[in-house]
Design a protein around this ligand. Structure first.
Ligand SMILES: [Zn+2]
Length: 92
């Protein structure tokens, strides 16, 4: 899943935090579209399943994620996902 963090630019899209990959969360921009949680410690799904889910998300640090969920921090815009898509292509 580290590759996925790097495909998202490797840092928090809100505050730029990039010290620890394990402090990163994938935030679903539209929570109703969420099918499963993307977590760094879980790597049991293929890229074919992970990538479509990742394209509903932004990469933020745990601090910003908490603040976005609480509504006190603005949700940053979604990236172009080109590097994320490349992961799915590398899988085949
Ligand atoms: Zn942050």
């Amino acid at each position: 899943m580290i590759q996925l963090v790097e495909a998202f630019g490797g840092c928090c899209s809100s505050c730029g935090f990039d010290v620890s990959h394990t402090a990163m969360d994938f935030h679903h921009v539209d929570p109703t579209s969420k099918r499963f949680t993307l977590a760094l410690d879980r790597f049991t799904r293929s890229w074919g399943k992970i990538v479509p889910e990742a394209m509903k998300c932004i990469l933020v640090c745990a601090n910003c994620h908490t603040e976005i969920e609480a509504g006190v921090r603005e949700c940053p815009p979604q990236p172009d996902y080109n590097a994320v898509l490349a992961l799915a292509q590398a899988d085949t």
